[in-house]
Design a protein around this ligand. Sequence first.
Ligand code: FDA
Length: 527
Amino acid sequence: MKFLQLSVLPFLIVILSLNGATLAHPYGDFLHCLSLRISNSSTISKVIYTQNNPSYSSVLNASIHNTRFATPTTPKPYAIITPRKTSHVQSTIFCSKNHGFQLRIRSGGHDVEGVSYVSQVPFVILDLVNFRDVKVDTKNEVAWVQSGATTGELYYGIASKTQTLGFPAGICHTIGIGGHLSGGGFGILGRKYGLAADHVIDAKLVDAKGRVLYRKSMGEDLFWAIRGGGGNTFGVVLAWKVKLVPVPPVVTVFTVNKNLEQNATKIFHRWQYIAHKLPNELFTAVWVMKVNSSQVGKKTVQAGFRGMFLGGVDELIPLIQHEFPELGLAKENCTQMSWVQSILYFGGLPIQPVDILLNRTALPVSSLKAKTDFVREPMSETGIEGFMNLFLEEEADFAITMIEAFGGRMDEIRENELPYPHRAGILFESTYIVQWANEADSGRYINWIRRLYSYMASYASKSPREAYYNYKDLDLGTNNIVGYTSYEQASVWGLKYFKNNFKRLVQIKTKVDPMNFFRNEQSIPPL
Ligand code: FDA
């Protein structure tokens, strides 16, 4: 019976036509292998999307968040697998391994270098779009969340049960849990509670041998590594058990915009000395971008001071007036709302019913390049001025730098507690992003952000110049696409992302995936 079902499947043997000759390709073997293992033909049609499938492009593009990697010349996967059961994941690993396909795992598709859906060698995508369950247990203040869910789906799941619990993860609500927690996860609750990864208390992982492991069975080394050591390195994480954190029913958000003509440089200079020392309940950030000036036809640069306070406006105003009077915060700059609404506010969405958090395509996508820095010493006023002036250039029309204050809980967690090492002594993290509309111009924009990054070299952390893995930057160095990558070669970028934790990550990788099945341009290589 099984044989009959399979024999009618059109994709069992794929023949590539090459200059009139025909050539059997391992793709056919891969599909044959996977179809045999899944066995039920109606399930197969919901799980395997080959290039012949009319839905292939829409499934591929559904969660691409950097259109720089969605051009006609971008390498495409031989197939996209959207598993519905753990056994489908195990089978995909088995068949990819046995038939020479690289596996790219995708949860939310926000990887800024596109490594979850692009590879230079034959590859298939394991897309966890159907692994999206969120189970919130308010009594024990925990949740099990599957990797394919977004942060927005988790936030919504929590907020629909309680107004007094939250989760400290990233700002944008469309980010996938799988990639986000694998690399750290910093957001507006970060100064109070640390990273998303700091709150992971268990996980379900399928390893390179296809074994299903939980914290107890994977052991503390591997459990340490998956909480910040990067995705697609140690296995496929299917779900995470996270500890929720208390939030007050009312929080206060604010924005005060200052441009160059309104002393933005001086206020930003002052902010650097204050923001990391403010009470942990107060998160602040500065968003720098080009805006229209009050003089018609002219542009200026704006520093937008934004904040979220875990308390009411009446407590916030005197606090800021005392600690940071230069900001001139007034009641009209502030809005009180629930914690979950503050996610919309920081995500740049109008305040509206929070079920928008369930919309995975609510935010526009563009072509972009990102880079990050961690800053440990305040920049000089002239240094800030030079930085801001770079935003007056033409290529910065759609550029933004998001500068987020650290300190608070981040100062208290040891550098080696998790693979993410950027903790005590960081004043702020800067995420530089440049976007463009026309792919043909990408070179100019990428050059601009590289110049901005060179400019910041004298102000950023040094030896190593630290970088945040969740905003991958392949300019920092890459693994060899095929074959062996030495420890020394990978250290060039690895030490920037993980500092002294890189060595331990390599040791763990060597133990759990010595053949380097799970790999990408910046995955941890085995020895
Ligand atoms: P995606 O699916 O692209 O995966 C990213 C990486 O993880 C890839 O290498 C992938 O193979 C791997 N991976 C994914 N799922 C996996 C799984 N289940 N098991 C194993 N490996 C897996 N960061 C932050 O800290 N705070 C923030 O506020 C933001 N905001 C933000 C906004 C926007 C618009 C973007 C584009 C990015 C951010 N980020 C961020 C960065 C974000 O945290 C980072 O890109 C995450 O890796 C995204 O996770 P996804 O699952 O969406 O990515």
